[in-house]
Design a protein around this ligand. Structure first.
Ligand SMILES: Cc1cc2nc3c(=O)[nH]c(=O)nc-3n(C[C@H](O)[C@H](O)[C@H](O)COP(=O)(O)O)c2cc1C
Length: 323
């Protein structure tokens, strides 16, 4: 593990609607070396810098964050990257460009993974952003667009030639969405294709997965998304496993509920739409606990911190009865 990621080996992925200051805080505390913001629309920023400023706020204790931008217009991407750099100063670790999102509302506008079908345009975005900022610029993409057509190694080389300082590869095709399993072989093939650091991403659910991905692919860092949902402890497990130490035991029920409470509390401090976001996190924290099925219906009506805490109190009481 060297270069840009020398000290950032275990990364929290950009996750729209999830990787806000509350979730980042808990994942950093659990051991994530670096975290990404939710993807930020360059076009949206260009219309409303002031309104979107809150997306760039750092979590408590977070010295730096990596900001992910999406868009397909080189000039807009470059000008907004420059604005972010100026706005955030030392708080910005690096800028990442989203070329992997497969959501219809994103690709239909030519953004996200649609850029894998337009490698020349993708390269011109990277060189425009690189020319506009002093910070490192990284690119996140998938195995390819169409299922069976693995373009990532060639695409990675193009991004490197355009100036990318590192690349992240998620081992699924865009057309695959989240179906099937991630192919880690492509991460190794990208590793061989470029000289810049390569971040491996896809299906890390435990410390052993991270160790296996690193061993099989030679990647310089690993990135985790869904495995951390309701489970920030995954970062401490991955850190321990990568260091060759025994993985900490999974959290007990009481710890899971305590973490959910802290998460809800942190979300009350977030600007904009806030605590309603806790509904999905609460479902993730309590997955598999006794009483979770009944609590699910109630969670959909929670609108305040007190509402969530009531559900958590009841879940804890049920868990104590069971133990
Ligand atoms: C809810 C959710 C939101 C996501 N949002 C983004 C995003 O904003 N930008 C991005 O590059 N990838 C996004 N992703 C993809 C993840 O960063 C990651 O590449 C993918 O989930 C595979 O990693 P995993 O198997 O660890 O989940 C998102 C994934 C999920 C599940």
């Amino acid at each position: 593990m060297e270069g840009l990621f020398g000290k950032y080996r275990v990364l929290l992925a950009p996750m729209a609607g999830v990787s806000d200051i509350a979730f980042r805080f808990l994942c950093r505390e659990a051991g994530a070396d670096m975290a990404f913001t939710e993807m930020v629309s360059a076009k949206g920023l260009s219309f409303a810098n002031e309104k979107t400023r809150h997306l760039l706020v750092l979590a408590d204790g977070e010295r730096q964050v990596a900001v992910q931008l999406f868009g397909h217009e080189p000039a807009v991407m470059a000008s907004q990257a420059a604005w972010i750099e100026q706005e955030m100063g030392e708080g910005l670790a690096y800028l990442d460009i989203n070329m992997g999102c497969p959501a219809r509302k994103i690709v239909s506008k030519g953004d996200g993974s649609a850029l894998m079908k337009e490698p020349e345009l993708a390269a011109s975005i990277v060189s425009a952003v690189k020319g506009a900022v002093a910070h490192p610029v990284t690119v996140k993409f998938r195995r390819g667009w169409a299922e069976g057509d693995e373009t990532a190694p060639v695409f990675a080389r193009l991004m490197e030639e355009a100036g990318a300082d590192a690349v992240t590869v998620h081992g699924r095709y865009a057309e695959q969405l989240y179906r099937g399993s991630a192919d880690w072989g492509v991460i190794g093939r990208v590793r061989e294709a470029v000289a810049v650091p390569v971040v491996g991403n896809g299906d890390i659910r435990c410390g052993a997965d991270a160790v296996a991905m690193a061993a099989q692919t030679g990647c310089d860092a690993v990135m985790i998304a869904r495995g951390a949902e309701g489970n920030p402890w995954l970062f401490s497990q991955v850190q321990a496993a990568l260091a060759g130490a025994p993985e900490p035991a999974p959290p007990a029920v009481g710890e899971r509920i305590a973490m959910a409470r802290r998460h809800a509390e942190l979300l009350t401090h977030r600007e904009g739409r806030n605590i309603v976001r806790m509904r999905k996190h609460a479902m993730w924290y309590m997955a598999g606990l006794p009483g979770a099925a009944a609590a699910r219906g109630r969670i959909n009506y929670c609108t305040t911190l007190a509402d969530f805490n009531q559900v958590f109190d009841d879940l804890l009481a049920i868990a104590q009865e069971h133990s």
